[in-house]
Ligand binder design. Structure first.
Ligand code: GRF
Length: 207
């Protein structure tokens, strides 16, 4: 019996992780994942099985260029159900929200508990929650003259931006920082942050 359990564990470890990436915008973080896969960053242990967009956006072009199966879902009441169906049909292990602007319903978040991660452009719990996304976050950070900002990767729960924090990266905000500076700085630091979180999840202790 003990030997059988060991074998099952071993199989689970070598399994390739299938991810779905959910997008609404330019898809620069999706592109970072695509590039990292091509460069062998995940040691062949991670595949993007699906890209799901909730609106027409440049991320779709990036996904199609990389020949990834891509869906556009309707931003109506069936949004979470449609995404659930796509993820279940494609044997998805992890759902990555990379600039996804729609809110997933509580039933969906419970079903995929600890299997959804989100990238947020602030040091959560600061500047999170409903309506806090993109430039709205940066504008608030600047208005409050914050000395530090950063990005967060966290698990997704029904409470918007409230799930357990996986990793964060912070930096000092210079006194003369403006919206463009902050936007570019966040964009620069969030790619390696997201990739390292994904690597940790896909490769476990090896990462
Ligand atoms: C990123 O800033 C991310 O933190 C936020 O949305 C933005 C997505 O950018 N959630 P992109 O579409 O990946 O270029």
């Amino acid at each position: 019996m003990k030997r059988r359990i060991n074998i099952i564990n071993k199989l689970a470890k070598i399994k390739k992780m299938n991810i779905a990436v959910l997008v609404s915008g330019s898809g620069s973080n999706l592109q970072a994942i695509i590039n990292a896969i091509e460069n062998g960053y995940f040691e062949g242990k991670l595949t993007i099985k699906a890209v799901i967009a909730d609106r027409d956006c440049y991320a779709i072009e990036r996904a199609l260029d990389a020949e990834i199966d891509t869906w556009m879902v309707d931003r109506g009441p069936a949004l979470s159900k449609e995404i659930d169906n796509i993820c279940s049909d494609n044997d998805i292990d992890l759902i990555v929200l990379a600039g996804f602007l729609s809110i997933l319903d509580a039933e969906f978040c419970q079903k995929w508990d600890k299997q959804i991660i989100n990238l947020h452009p602030s040091l959560l719990p600061k500047y999170g929650g409903m309506g806090m996304y993109g430039e709205k976050v940066h504008t608030a950070v600047l208005a409050n003259e914050e000395k530090h900002s950063g990005a967060t990767v966290h698990y997704v729960t029904a409470g918007v931006d409230e799930g357990e924090i996986i990793t964060q990266e912070s930096f000092e905000v210079p006194e003369d920082a403006d919206l463009l500076w902050l936007k570019n700085k966040i964009s620069e630091i969030e790619k390696p942050l997201l990739l390292s979180a994904l690597k940790k999840i896909a490769l476990g202790n090896k990462a």
